[in-house]
Design a binder for this molecule. Structure first.
Ligand SMILES: *Cc1c(COP(=O)(O)O)cnc(C)c1O
Length: 376
C-alpha cells in the first residue's frame, strides 16, 4: 500500500465551475471572488471576508492594517509554519517568539504576557493544525494592553471555538486554501473581519492601492478614472480559484465531519499506548483535524526519525511535527538567545500521520496496524 500524508478532495463540481468561469471571461477578482467572499463570511459568521492570493499575503496585509511598522514588536509562536513569523518581518517589525502549550501546541498566554513591552503592537496567535487557541483569553489580554489581535487560522477553516466558527471572533482572521489545508483553491487566502475600515483598506491594498476596482469600473455607465491612493500590492485571488473555493465551501462541513471520524478512530486505536500523547480536544474546542500529530514521549522505544523511516518503508508517508521558526536558517542570525525548550521538544518529538478524505477504511486500518507494530 502507498498512503500519502494528505490529499485534497476535489471533483467534477469544482472542475465544472472553474470551466464555466474561464468561459465567462471574468477570470480575476470579479463576480466569483465576490460570491466566494460573501459565502465565506456567511459560513464563518463574520460580517465581511476579503479574498487574497494566499494566507501569507493575508497575514502581511493584516499587519499593515493593524498599523504594525518598523520599531514595533509582534508576539507569535515560533512553533508554526515559518510564514507566520515572516509576515511580521515583511513590515519591518521585530518578531518576538513565545512558547507553546506542550499538549495543545497552542501559544502560551503566560509567556506572551511576560514578553509584552512598550513596543508590542500586536499578538499573532495560531490555531495549530486546526485546534483553536484560547481566543477569548487573548482578546482580553489585547484589550487590557491595547494591542491588536491577529489570528493565523491558515489550518482552521471549519474549526470552532465556544460554539462559533473560527473567523467570527475577532477582526483579522487569516485563512489558507493551499492543498495541504482542509479545503483548497490551488493557492488562496481569505481574511475574515467585522471591521469595515479594515475591510476597505484590505481591498485597497490587495489591488495596487487602486481607488476603483475593476468590477465597479466595468459596471459603471460613467467614465471613471482610478487613483492609486497608497503603495499597494497585487495579492488578488482569481475568479477561477474562487469558483473552486465556492464548491469546496459547500463540502466543508462534510469534509470536517469525515476527518473527525478518522481522528476518533486514531484516538481509539492508540489510547492504550502510554509512551505517546495524542491530540487533545478540550471542551468548547472543535478541531477540523487538519493534521493528526502524535507526540513520542522520551520513554518511547523508537526515535521519531526512525519511526518515520519505518513507516515510509511500509508505504506510509508521515511528516515531522510543526517546525520552529527560530531554528530555521532565515532566523538563526536574526535574533539570538532564544530559549524555547517546550517548542523545540514538541517539534522534535512529534510525528504527523496520514489523514484525509476520502481515506479508505483499509488504509486507516493499515496505518493503525503499522504504527502500533512500530511503536510498541
Ligand atoms: C500554511 C500556513 C501558512 C501559509 O499559508 P499559504 O496559503 O501557503 O500562504 C501560514 N501559517 C500557517 C500556520 C500555515 O499552516
Amino acid at each position: 500500500m502507498k498512503i500519502p500524508l494528505a490529499k485534497p478532495y476535489l471533483d467534477k463540481e469544482e472542475a465544472q465551475y472553474a470551466y464555466d468561469t474561464i468561459l465567462s471571461a471574468w477570470v480575476t477578482q470579479g463576480p466569483k471572488v465576490q460570491e466566494f467572499e460573501e459565502k465565506f463570511a456567511d459560513y464563518v459568521g463574520s460580517k465581511y471576508a476579503v479574498a487574497v492570493s494566499n494566507c501569507t499575503t493575508a497575514l502581511h496585509l493584516s499587519m499593515i492594517v493593524a498599523g504594525v511598522t518598523v520599531d514595533d514588536e509582534v508576539i507569535c509562536p515560533s512553533m508554526s509554519y515559518v510564514a507566520t513569523a515572516n509576515s511580521i518581518r515583511y513590515v519591518g517589525a521585530k518578531v518576538v517568539f513565545a512558547e507553546v502549550n506542550p499538549v495543545t501546541y497552542n501559544i502560551n498566554i503566560e509567556d506572551v504576557r511576560k514578553k509584552i513591552t512598550s513596543k508590542t503592537r500586536a499578538i499573532l496567535i495560531v490555531h495549530q493544525m486546526g485546534m483553536p487557541a484560547d481566543i477569548d483569553a487573548f482578546k482580553e489580554l489585547c484589550a487590557e494592553k491595547n494591542l491588536v489581535l491577529i489570528e493565523d487560522a491558515a489550518c482552521a477553516v471549519g474549526s470552532s471555538y465556544k460554539g462559533k466558527k473560527i473567523g467570527s471572533h475577532s477582526d483579522l482572521v487569516c485563512f489558507s486554501f493551499h492543498p495541504r489545508k482542509v479545503i483548497t483553491t490551488g493557492d488562496g487566502g481569505m481574511i475574515a473581519t467585522n471591521n469595515e475600515t479594515y475591510r476597505d483598506r484590505l481591498k485597497l491594498l490587495r489591488q495596487h492601492g487602486m481607488s476603483v476596482n475593476d468590477r465597479v469600473r466595468h459596471e459603471s455607465n460613467k467614465v471613471i478614472f482610478e487613483d492609486h491612493i497608497e503603495v499597494g500590492y497585487n495579492y488578488r485571488m482569481t475568479d477561477i480559484q474562487a469558483a473552486v473555493g465556492i464548491k469546496q465551501l459547500e463540502k466543508l462541513d462534510f469534509i470536517v465531519e469525515e476527518r473527525r471520524k478518522i481522528a476518533f478512530q486514531y484516538h481509539e486505536a492508540f489510547k492504550d499506548i502510554d509512551t505517546i500523547r495524542l491530540p487533545l480536544e478540550q471542551e468548547n474546542y472543535f478541531s477540523n483535524y487538519q493534521s493528526y500529530s502524535i507526540y513520542l514521549k522520551p520513554e518511547c522505544k523508537i526515535s521519531r526519525n526512525d519511526l518515520m523511516q519505518t513507516l515510509l518503508d511500509k508505504g506510509i508517508s508521515t511528516r515531522r511535527g510543526i517546525s520552529t521558526a527560530h531554528r530555521e536558517t532565515a532566523y538563526k542570525t536574526y535574533q539570538e538567545n532564544y530559549s524555547l525548550p517546550v517548542s523545540e521538544d514538541a517539534s522534535d518529538r512529534s510525528i504527523v500521520i496520514p489523514l484525509y478524505y476520502p481515506m479508505l477504511q483499509e488504509e486507516i486500518d493499515y496505518v493503525i496496524e503499522q504504527f502500533r507494530v512500530a511503536i510498541i
